[in-house]
Design a protein around this ligand. Structure first.
Ligand code: WT7
Length: 567
């Protein structure tokens, strides 16, 4: 097999994104459509009968789809959306478990010029509502098991014209609901994709910040140029690979590297629509002879907890290359993976906003366990002084991770929130919101986030969203949410709650409030602990000082509290 890996230094020299454009046969000004690139183009290259998707459910049942299958099925979705009256530019939400329809409809939406809005299917009604309301979403694709959540918020989202249920069977549907069975609909062989161009919006991924509700990072079709090349060079996908990305497409890893990356490279990918268990995961790798595996530190720590004995029960010799993303990959996890699989996990750093990897442990590069690696070719990254916003020259000094805008998959705005988008730039640098240092060899070392966002198991959760939901509970007068340290998930949510006068703290109430959040938002956002307090520390202007609560929780210096009101 021809390797994709040139040396890192060699790739850096005279790098230009046109390398990727040329490989994809794209010229400036041409139409570019991710849906077409991920299916039709691969078929045109004579690989129509190659396997695109190997799918497995929690029971171990498999379904197989070739590139020609995903081409024609995505055509069928695209054609159906147009017949429903959906127009290019409208937001179409995908709210499904990891079923084949999720992956294929994503291409269908892009082919008809729609903006795909994937949302994690474990989201509760409130999480769903804020995101559908913000995007003024026109249609949602979902499964029977999730439709009740949509029904409960229907009155508040009059713009949502269609609720497309992909597995309705003979079940009677309700207002605005309509059944669509991908495999039982006559396949559309030819579909002229809507002429999208480099700057045409493609995907809207919601992500959480410190303040306010989640924001929709809006991407464009040109993002393909970065996603294709980082997949090829960092994940090192080659024609015979069987690739497994463990991320759910409700999060950006699951679309950039769980759909667009592998399929634009014409590679076979496997999807496991089932929860985590070490044995199950190893059996999946063994059964499908997975060669390249992209996962996350929390999962690796869970595998570590179960030890290497269980690894030995499986033949994992197919594994060739391992990568990780989403949270700090501790040095022990890298060393353990060498022991368990004979290969290290390669850490990669990026964000919903960056659309593709920006700092990576490039294959072949010397890995320093615990470091995120170096900037991908074409990415200018640095750390900035937090006051002057100027690059820090001194190696080892901690600053704010910042990137020079201009790579193809950079997000273009936050949907309906240009002001917050603008606030992310200082001195022409895009500020990621994370802190790191750079060593004398140019390796980046992650230190922590520079805001109050909670990273639990690689998923960002916004404290504001949790606090707002807590306030909807009848017993809650005031609330604050922070991350508390956790050996597996890095952080879990801890809530501080001051009760209304008529309520007394007790275990039942704690459990009730936890479940309230789990149902309204998601299992990720559910506090693992609630501390009942008399009142919360506030600034003189009345803002709750999460920073203080967090410092206490992490045993860190409290810092400047001169604006504190109730001290
Ligand atoms: C935030 C972005 C894009 C991947 C999935 C998450 C944290 C991401 C790393 C890493 C330490 C990391 C950062 C970042 N993060 N990768 N390799 N080491 N932290 O996308 O939900 O937008 O989260 O995840 O804090 O800003 P996201």
């Amino acid at each position: 097999m021809m390797s994709n890996i040139g040396s890192y230094e060699q790739r850096l020299k005279n790098f230009d994104w046109s390398v990727s454009e040329q490989e994809l046969g794209y010229k400036k000004g041409d139409p570019i459509n991710i849906g077409w690139y991920c299916s039709d183009r691969i078929c045109k290259m004579g690989k129509g009968s190659k396997m695109a998707l190997i799918w497995e459910d929690f029971k171990g049942n498999n379904k197989y789809y070739t590139y020609d299958d995903i081409r024609t099925y995505s055509n069928t979705f695209a054609d159906y959306f147009l017949k429903l009256g959906l127009k290019p530019g409208e937001r179409i939400c995908i709210f499904m478990d990891r079923v084949p329809e999720l992956y294929i409809s994503f291409l269908g939406i892009l082919k008809m010029g729609g903006i795909a809005q994937p949302l994690f299917s474990a989201f509760g009604e409130e999480s769903l509502l804020t995101r559908l309301e913000n995007a003024k979403t026109s249609a949602i694709l979902t499964q029977l098991k999730h439709v009740s959540k949509v029904r409960r918020i229907l009155k508040q989202i009059p713009h949502l014209r269609h609720i497309i249920v992909v597995d309705a069977g003979t079940t009677a549907l309700k207002e605005r609901e309509i059944p669509f069975n991908m495999e039982e609909t006559t396949r559309v062989d030819k579909f002229e994709y809507y002429k999208t161009f480099a700057d045409t919006p493609s995907v809207l991924h919601y992500t959480s910040g410190t303040t306010g509700q989640p924001k929709g990072a809006q991407h464009v079709h040109y993002s393909l140029i970065s996603q294709y090349l980082t997949t090829k060079w960092v994940l090192d996908l080659q024609p015979d690979d069987i690739y497994w990305c463990t991320a759910d497409p409700g999060w950006v890893t699951g679309t950039s590297y769980g759909i667009i990356g592998p399929w634009s490279n014409g590679v076979t990918q496997a999807v496991l629509d089932s929860g985590f268990s070490s044995d199950r995961w190893y059996a999946f790798i063994e059964k499908h002879k997975i060669t390249v595996w992209y996962s996350a530190p929390t999962a690796i720590r869970l595998l570590m907890r179960d030890g290497t004995e269980i690894v030995k029960k499986h033949d994992l010799s197919s594994l060739r290359h391992l990568c990780s993303v989403g949270e700090p990959l501790n040095a022990e996890a890298v060393l353990w993976s060498k022991e368990a699989f004979g290969k290290p996990f390669h850490d990669t750093f990026w964000q919903t906003e960056t659309g593709s990897m920006v700092i990576t442990n490039y294959p072949g590069m010397n890995i320093k366990p615990g470091s995120m690696g170096k900037p991908f070719p074409g990415i200018t990254a640095t750390v900035l002084d937090p006051i002057s916003f100027k690059p820090i020259a001194q190696p080892g000094k901690v600053g704010l991770i910042a990137l020079k805008p201009g790579w193809p998959s950079m997000f273009r705005t936050y949907w309906n929130n240009q002001a917050i988008y603008d606030s992310k730039f200082k001195n022409d640098w895009y500020i990621c919101g994370d802190r790191a240092s750079i060593d004398p060899d140019g390796y980046f070392w992650f230190v922590g986030r520079d805001d109050d966002v909670i990273n639990t198991g690689g998923h960002l959760v916004g404290p504001f969203e949790i606090e707002s939901a807590l306030l909807e509970h009848p017993a809650v007068a005031e609330s604050a949410a922070i991350g508390k340290p956790d050996p597996i998930n890095m952080e879990v949510v801890k809530a501080f709650v001051a009760l209304k006068p008529d309520y007394e703290p007790n275990d039942d109430l704690e459990l009730e409030i936890m479940n309230f959040i789990r149902k309204k938002l998601s299992p990720l956002a559910m506090p693992q602990e609630i501390a009942f307090v008399k009142s919360l520390p506030k600034t003189r202007s009345g803002k709750i000082m999460r920073r203080l609560l967090r410092a206490q929780e992490w045993n860190e210096p409290i810092g400047d509290i001169s604006t504190l009101e109730n001290d």
